[in-house]
Design a protein around this ligand. Structure first.
Ligand code: SF4
Ligand code: SF4
Length: 82
């Protein structure tokens, strides 16, 4: 195998892994504890995938859009997402 072929192969593998990681995780289910959520919207603002919406004063996560990046967990001042 030539050096060029190896490079090509590694690039292809890298692209496949990247594409796989960019998909929403089918079983990415986070919980919003509505007894803690104050509806501040910080999680909605920080979510890069538009997976969170504030509905009737509580954050609601769409598991079909969530990529489990955990940014909402980190930003929530109430510890309401886990
Ligand atoms: S950041 Fe936390 S408290 Fe604020 S809306 Fe989201 S889940 Fe609720
Ligand atoms: S884990 Fe990331 S993608 Fe999922 S809802 Fe929170 S901020 Fe959005």
């Amino acid at each position: 195998m030539t050096r060029f072929t190896k490079l090509l192969l590694l690039t292809a593998v890298g692209l496949i892994i990247f594409a796989a990681c960019d998909e929403p995780l089918a079983n990415a289910i986070l919980t919003v504890d509505t007894s803690r959520c104050v509806g501040c919207g910080k999680c909605e603002e920080v979510c890069p995938y538009g997976a969170i919406e504030i509905i009737d004063g509580d954050a609601v996560i769409d598991p079909g859009l969530c990529h489990q990046c955990n940014r909402c967990i980190e930003v929530c001042p109430e510890g309401a997402i886990y």
